[in-house]
Design a protein around this ligand. Structure first.
Ligand SMILES: [Zn+2]
Ligand SMILES: [Zn+2]
Length: 643
């Protein structure tokens, strides 16, 4: 092996980031191959056959020699930003005369980011400063700090001059070592088209229900860890395979398919959801009852305390004022009775006290164990409040879905709806409206009027304090209609996917090739299923690394399959050249933890086809379901940036 690039000047700029797929190009210098020095342990077995006569004669006969044995003429690291952990240290430790790192989206916004480049060049730019870097990097750095380092960074606050000097140093580094190519991508024309998908009523109903449902459970929910309480288990169930509420919502507005059912369409699925929600409501009530019992026991153990405890406040409010929803209030009060919670604890004053002392009691003179019990009691009450909030959400969900189900059966059994606002009985079906936020129904005119004021049509009567928006108003006669037309036409996958399929089959010319970007593996599965069912041949980037690259190559070399399905976050193929395609379809906006990651992934994705070698006009299609999290995320990420 000889190195013919030896003649290249070190200062020459990288010609193109379109490098061959191999992440590293290693050339061995032929004069540096001597058997390793002192050998020990596993190496004693000479796994590389260094001592065999054949290798002694000709070093290329070695079996899988470790890379560290070589000193390379040139080391090129493509997509260096993805290296991490062991691989990072392995790669940085390989010695070479010249070091190159390549990236389409190198972070250079601060000193910490520059240090990630300089690490590959064996340059030490300077010490870490805790004030610098993105939160993610800072966190990682802090994890790796020793206690002494932590203390040190605490003690040492750097001066403005120090930072100014560092800035100069960083700029010097950039000037000297970093080169950027920008021209090529701008020369390749592209158009972006946003395809707004107006979800049909039944799909919208299901989407809205999940949104309210998750909101009731607290939108910030994440999948719990090991010690899952019953409540956490229910949250996990609501999330399905998703890690967060946003993820679950993004999936729900991209395809129609419920994990809990194999029902053919949204209409039939409502039936299933009603049953499921009933069960979940029962679980929730059982848990609340149990917690109430425990809190009561604790209260009796604690005995008399001064002022109104948090638990007492909860009981009083639930009994007198309710929980903001008439049905839910009745159910909560029933549970209070069932748990036999007296209006007054014997010997405990239940008189209201002014805010200052509320729930605190006087701590002086209390033993430690008593204080602990009081603390525990408060914690129990917090949990009770959370479950009560969930109960309200579940009552509303169930009411809403029961209404949707009944409205969908309108052809068989027309539902009887009366309007609480104008008092009309038997509102004709064309004029019925239901609120997705709480499931209450009335006539469209009254429901809209109230939604304008952000309240439920039952607000005036005091039966419902749910906040309503005009977006939450679902017209009764639209439910069930869109599914009617689809009946008997086999399984459908939701309007968005159907439009994607229509785009590929009817709009995009047959000879043009398409990349379909999807973010989540389970969603990819659904998309794959929909493509197959609609007779669209496609390749997929999944499985082992070799399988992935095989499919990438196959696609790029004009495979008969004209579509390629890939995960937008998949780093393995991030540098791959896919210029044989001229269309990129984004099924949904990218859910990313930060703007930088969003931008980087977008650039990567589009960069696969909008790059040197592209001969056609590049079309970018973005599918967004209107009035869903799709639009929310897209607007947030694409709003003009501050300079
Ligand atoms: Zn009315
Ligand atoms: Zn209501």
């Amino acid at each position: 092996m000889t190195d013919d690039s030896e003649a290249m000047s070190v200062d020459e700029e990288p010609t193109s980031k379109a490098k061959p797929k191999a992440t590293k190009k290693r050339k061995a210098e032929d004069d540096d191959q001597r058997p390793a020095k002192k050998q020990k342990r596993r190496e004693d077995t000479d796994p590389w056959k260094l001592k065999s006569p054949a290798v002694r004669r000709d070093w290329t006969q070695m079996k899988a020699p470790p890379l560290e044995m070589f000193h390379f003429a040139r080391k090129v690291v493509d997509e260096y930003t993805y290296l991490d952990g062991k691989i990072h240290s392995m790669v940085t430790n390989i010695t070479a005369e010249r070091h190159w790192v390549l990236s389409g989206t190198p972070p250079i916004h601060d000193f910490g980011a520059l240090k990630t480049i300089s690490a590959f060049l064996n340059l030490h730019l300077g010490v870490d400063d805790d004030g610098e870097g993105q939160s993610l990097q800072v966190k990682k750095r802090k994890r790796e700090q020793t206690a002494v380092e932590k203390f040190h960074s605490f003690r040492e606050v750097h001066s403005l001059e120090w930072h100014a000097h560092r800035h100069e140093l960083g700029q010097g580094f950039l000037d000297r070592f970093v080169r950027q190519n920008i021209a090529e991508i701008d020369e390749i024309p592209s158009t972006t088209e946003i395809k707004s998908v107006n979800l049909p009523a039944a799909e919208r109903a299901i989407y809205l229900e999940l949104e309210h449902h998750l909101r009731a459970l607290d939108m910030t929910v994440k999948r719990g860890k090991k010690s899952e309480s019953d409540r956490e288990k229910r949250v996990a169930q609501a999330l399905g395979e998703s890690g967060t509420a946003e993820e679950a919502l993004l999936k729900r507005c991209s395809h129609f398919d419920l994990d809990t059912s194999d029902k053919e369409n949204a209409m039939k699925a409502c039936e299933v959801i009603v049953e499921e929600r009933k069960k979940q409501l029962d679980n929730c009530k059982a848990e609340l009852l149990k917690k109430l019992g425990e809190a009561l026991k604790m209260e009796q153990k604690i005995g008399k305390v001064e002022g109104e405890s948090l638990f007492r406040e909860y009981v009083r409010v639930t009994r007198n004022e309710g929980v903001g929803d008439k049905d839910a209030t009745e159910q909560a009060q029933e549970l209070l009775n069932e748990a036999q919670i007296p209006a007054n604890l014997k010997g405990v004053t239940n008189k209201q006290v002014d805010g200052k002392n509320k729930g605190k009691g006087k701590d002086e003179g209390l033993s430690n164990s008593k204080k602990e019990q009081i603390w525990e009691h408060r914690e129990q009450t917090h949990e009770i409040r959370r479950i009560t909030k969930e109960l309200v959400g579940r009552v509303r969900s169930l009411r809403y879905f029961t209404a949707v189900r009944d409205l969908q059966r309108q052809r068989e059994v027309p539902p009887v709806v009366s309007c609480p606002s104008c008092g009309r009985d038997e509102v004709p079906i064309e004029e019925v409206a239901v609120l997705s936020s709480c499931g209450h129904m009335g006539c469209l005119k009254c429901v809209m009027e109230c939604a304008d004021k952000e309240e439920c049509v039952y607000a005036a009567s005091g039966a419902c304090r749910a906040a309503a928006r005009v977006l939450n108003v679902v017209k009764g006669d639209t439910l069930g209609v869109d599914d009617e037309a689809r009946d008997g036409r086999g399984k459908h996958y939701g309007l968005k996917l159907e439009q994607v399929i229509h785009l590929i089959k009817k709009t995009i010319p047959k000879e043009e090739r398409v990349l379909i970007f999807v973010q989540f593996p389970d969603l990819m599965k659904k998309v794959a299923e929909a493509l197959s069912a609609n007779g669209i041949e496609f390749l997929e980037i999944k499985g082992s690394a070799s399988q992935k690259s095989k499919n990438l190559e196959k696609f790029q070399s004009d495979s008969k399959e004209r579509a390629l399905l890939l995960n937008v976050m998949d780093e393995s193929a991030s540098g791959a050249n896919l210029t044989s395609a001229s269309h990129a379809i984004f099924l949904s906006p990218l859910l990313a933890p930060s703007q930088e990651i969003y931008d980087a992934c977008e650039t990567q994705a589009v960069g696969r086809l909008r790059r040197f070698g592209q001969t056609r006009l590049v079309h970018i299609w973005r599918f967004l379901s209107t009035n869903t999290i799709d639009e929310e995320i897209y607007e947030q990420r694409t709003k003009p940036k501050r300079v």
